[in-house]
Unconditional design. Structure first.
Length: 274
C-alpha cells in the first residue's frame, strides 16, 4: 500500500512538471529582447568632444562660479557702464552687484589674477541670458578659450581655430573670418563655417585681448605682488587671444537640429538618437 502511494505521488509530481513545461514553453528561435543602454546627453557629448580637441592643442580646463560680481562679469572685461549687456533686460541680477554670469570669461580674469603668463586655457560651463526663441535659451552652455604670452598674434588665433574646425567638422570644412566687435577684444572677428546647404554659419566670436583688459589685470597684480618689479601683464610686453562659442550652437550644426529647445525637453524619442 505504501509503495502504491509513493508511486502515485511520483506520478502526480511528473504530471505537474509536464503541465508546467507546456504552459511555460519557450521558443528559443525567437529573437531576444533589445537591451537599452543609457548614453550621455548630446550636449554633454559635444562638450566632451570640444574639451578633447582643445586639450590636444595644449589647453587646460578651468571652472568658476555661476554667480559673478559685476566687476568680473563686466568691469574687468572692459564693458562700459552704459553697455546694453548690463541692462536688466539682458542679464539676470541676483543683487545690485552680482549676476548670473552671462559668459565664462570671468574665469579667465580670475586665472590671470593668480597666474603669470604663459596661459592657455578653456572654460566650459553654464551661462545665463534673458533671451528665449528657437535658437536661444535663457540657460545655455559656452566654452571660452584664452591664450596669453609674449608675442601672441592674430596668426596664432587663426591657426588654432582652423585646427579646431578641422578636428570638429572635418579637414574639408571651409571657414572665413569676418570683422566684428567685442568689448574685451581688439581686433575682433567672427568665425563662419560653410554648412551642408552652402550657407555660411557663424560658430564663434574671437579676437586679440584688448590692452585695457591687461591694464585691469596689471593693477590687481601690482596690488597682490608689491615687491615684484616687472608686471607680467604690462600691455606693452604681453598679448593674447580669446574666443568663445555656444555648445548648443555647435551641437545644432553637428547634429542638424533646428530648435534649441529639443535639447531641454527630455523627449526620449529625440535623445535616443544620440
Amino acid at each position: 500500500l505504501e509503495k502504491a502511494l509513493d508511486d502515485k505521488k511520483i506520478e502526480i509530481r511528473h504530471e505537474e512538471i509536464s503541465q508546467r513545461l507546456v504552459q511555460e514553453k519557450l521558443d528559443v528561435t525567437l529573437p531576444g529582447a533589445k537591451i537599452l543602454f543609457g548614453t550621455a546627453h548630446p550636449l554633454t557629448q559635444v562638450q566632451h568632444k570640444l574639451v578633447r580637441i582643445f586639450s590636444s592643442l595644449g589647453f587646460s580646463v578651468e571652472e568658476g562660479p555661476d554667480i559673478e560680481s559685476d566687476y568680473y562679469n563686466f568691469g574687468a572685461l572692459n564693458f562700459p557702464d552704459n553697455h546694453p549687456a548690463r541692462d536688466m533686460q539682458d542679464t539676470f541680477f541676483t543683487t545690485d552687484q552680482h549676476v548670473l554670469r552671462t559668459h565664462t570669461s570671468p574665469v579667465q580674469v580670475r586665472m590671470m589674477e593668480k597666474q603669470a603668463p604663459p596661459i592657455r586655457m578653456i572654460v566650459p560651463g553654464r551661462v545665463y541670458r534673458h533671451d528665449a526663441d528657437a535658437t536661444h535659451s535663457p540657460v545655455f552652455h559656452q566654452i571660452e578659450g584664452l591664450c596669453v604670452g609674449p608675442h601672441i598674434t592674430f596668426a596664432h588665433l587663426k591657426g588654432t581655430l582652423e585646427a579646431f574646425v578641422a578636428m570638429m567638422f572635418g579637414k574639408d570644412a571651409q571657414t572665413r573670418f569676418r570683422p566684428s566687435f567685442f568689448p574685451f577684444t581688439e581686433p575682433s572677428a567672427e568665425l563662419d563655417v560653410m554648412g551642408p546647404t552652402g550657407n555660411w554659419m557663424e560658430i564663434l566670436g574671437c579676437g586679440m585681448v584688448d590692452p585695457a583688459v591687461f591694464e585691469n589685470i596689471a593693477k590687481v597684480w601690482a596690488q597682490k605682488h608689491p615687491d615684484q618689479k616687472e608686471n607680467p601683464y604690462d600691455p606693452e610686453k604681453v598679448s593674447g587671444f580669446a574666443f568663445g562659442m555656444g555648445i548648443e550652437r555647435i551641437a545644432m550644426i553637428d547634429y542638424g537640429v533646428k530648435d534649441i529647445k529639443l535639447f531641454y525637453e527630455n523627449d526620449v524619442q529625440f535623445l535616443e538618437q544620440f
